[in-house]
Design a protein around this ligand. Structure first.
Ligand code: EPZ
Length: 472
């Protein structure tokens, strides 16, 4: 298992390109199930979730390849398989996105319920409501959604849930409606850019979908969808995370390949905090240095502040003296990052679906545990800003949704290294005094690993203090 070791306090500087959007690439890949021929997706980021979905699609008769230009090609070669296995869907909820296309194209689907999640309840009843409205027979058997439909029929369905619409639910129902008989109206549809991106691919495949980007989608069903080519939109959450990395280290960073029109609310909020931001055609320049101001943030459905950015904003505001309140109206329990930030000296208390933050001048490095994708990103941001060394364990959570984040940050000057999670790689500075004074059990130390000078120094201090304590 890997961990990050970060030496904080370095203001980031330089230029960084934003990768393709994870939450767009995944439904786009699932849509390939509904089309005849070879779908080509450009700009698909290299992520664990993409690999997991590729595996799942291969079990469903889809050949998935990366071509010479790094585009992802997906070709349906066998339409018999219809079971999406628990082992793969439990690793990545977005696997549930295969339900709509499988049902629409093959008339049957058996998809594992996604299972638990660290950010809170993740129901799927709205997905099933939409598919049932289109005429599907659906039962829940032994942890699986078992769905059949001879021919889906156009209908009117409202996807409003108690906490807003559903992004992947809209994706599932939109794909199914695209192949239904007759016209469908999907009310309270999610308006996220990732849903719009999927709608554009479906229309390129021959679907007839209107109202993309609004909460009312009108879909005229067609008999067939033909494979198409499409470029994934940039990842707005990665972009915002990198902007916050510049702001929290008081650095000066320019992001390229940004869809700034999809980040209006985020840019406004960062400016409200006092982060100087220059916006170009597809670039964003973030300058540090100025004193920042505490603010309140509320995570809402698009175009509101994204819930996927709530943890990162919490990390930033934890370093801004004064009281800020961060509220998540989509995932009220999405605060697993808060106790880990408190280990770094943050002053945060939970109040229902809010975190009340009393910002401090400086966080201090500590050993912390990543627990979900965006919480991991928040801990990286905090480590970049903290004084001293931070170790972040279980960074496999981060690898699900950020493409080579440590390389991007290193190129901006961050002192961050990925290493194996084992005692020898644990920096001395993170040991409590009495703990390091105790005679440490002799380990068979692994051979010296590579890494930048600062990391070698950290490691040799550790080894030296260990031999001293053994001699005492
Ligand atoms: C998508 O998840 C994203 N994932 C999430 O990003 C994102 O946080 C979320 O949308 C909200 O924006 C992907 O796109 C792969 P929802 P999804 O269904 O579709 C409630 C990340 O970090 N709800 O839009 O699963 C639900 O409880 C991930 O990249 C119902 O009530 O989320 C929540 O409160 C995490 N009934 C709200 O709707 C349902 O049937 C939004 O959920 C479905 C959802």
């Amino acid at each position: 298992m890997d961990m990050f070791v970060i030496e904080g306090g370095v203001p980031l500087a330089g230029t960084v390109a934003v990768s393709g959007a994870k939450n767009s690439a995944l439904p786009l890949m699932a849509a390939a199930l509904a089309a005849e021929g070879k779908t080509v997706l450009r700009g698909v980021p290299r992520l664990v979730d993409v690999d997991t979905l590729s595996l799942l699609l291969q079990t469903l008769g889809v050949q998935v390849r990366r071509d010479a230009e790094d585009a992802l090609t997906l070709e349906v070669v066998d339409e018999q398989p219809h079971v999406a296995d628990y082992e793969l869907v439990r690793r990545m909820r977005a696997g549930f996105c295969v339900l709509g296309p499988l049902l629409a194209r093959r008339g049957r689907a058996c998809v594992s319920l996604p299972g638990g999640c660290n950010i809170g309840d993740r129901p799927i009843e709205l997905h099933l409501k939409g598919l049932r409205a289109l005429g599907a027979e659906i039962a829940i058997e032994r942890g699986y959604v078992v769905a059949t439909a001879k021919r889906l029929r156009g209908t009117h369905v409202d996807l409003r849930g108690p906490l807003g619409s559903t992004v992947t639910g809209t994706c599932n129902v939109m794909i199914a409606a695209a192949l239904a008989d007759g016209e469908s109206t999907i009310e309270s549809a999610a308006c996220e850019p990732e849903v719009v991106d999927l709608g554009k691919l479906l229309n390129a495949m021959g679907a007839r979908i209107g109202g993309l980007g609004t909460s009312i989608l009108r879909v005229q069903g067609v008999r067939h969808l033909a494979a198409a080519e499409h470029t994934v939109i940039p990842d707005r959450i990665e972009a915002a995370t990198l902007m916050i990395a510049a702001a929290i280290t008081r650095g000066h960073v320019t992001l390229t390949g940004v869809r700034t029109d999809q980040l209006t609310n985020v840019l406004d909020k960062l400016r409200q905090i006092g982060v100087p931001i220059e916006v170009g055609q597809d670039t964003v320049e973030v300058r540090g240095g100025l004193p920042l101001r505490p603010v309140d943030c509320v995570a809402l459905p698009y175009p509101g502040l994204p819930t996927d950015l709530q943890a990162q904003l919490t990390a930033l505001l934890a370093t801004v003296p004064g009281v800020s309140v961060v509220t998540d109206k989509i995932f009220p329990d999405r605060f697993m990052h808060a106790p880990e930030l408190v280990r770094m000296g943050a002053r945060i208390r939970r109040e229902g679906n809010s975190a009340v933050i009393d910002g401090v001048e400086r966080l201090s490095g500590a050993c912390v545990m990543a627990c979900d994708l965006r919480a991991s990103a928040a801990l990286v941001l905090a480590g970049l800003a903290a004084s001293g060394t931070t170790v972040i364990r279980r960074i496999y959570h981060l690898d699900r949704g950020y493409e080579r984040l440590e390389s991007k940050l290193s190129r901006l000057g961050a002192k961050i290294i990925r290493t194996t999670d084992e005692p020898a790689n644990f920096p001395e500075s993170l040991r409590l005094a009495e703990e390091s004074a105790q005679p440490i059990r002799k380990f068979d130390l692994p051979e010296q690993i590579d890494g930048p000078k600062w990391f070698q120094q950290l490691r040799s201090d550790r080894l030296k203090s260990r031999s001293d304590s053994l001699e005492r």
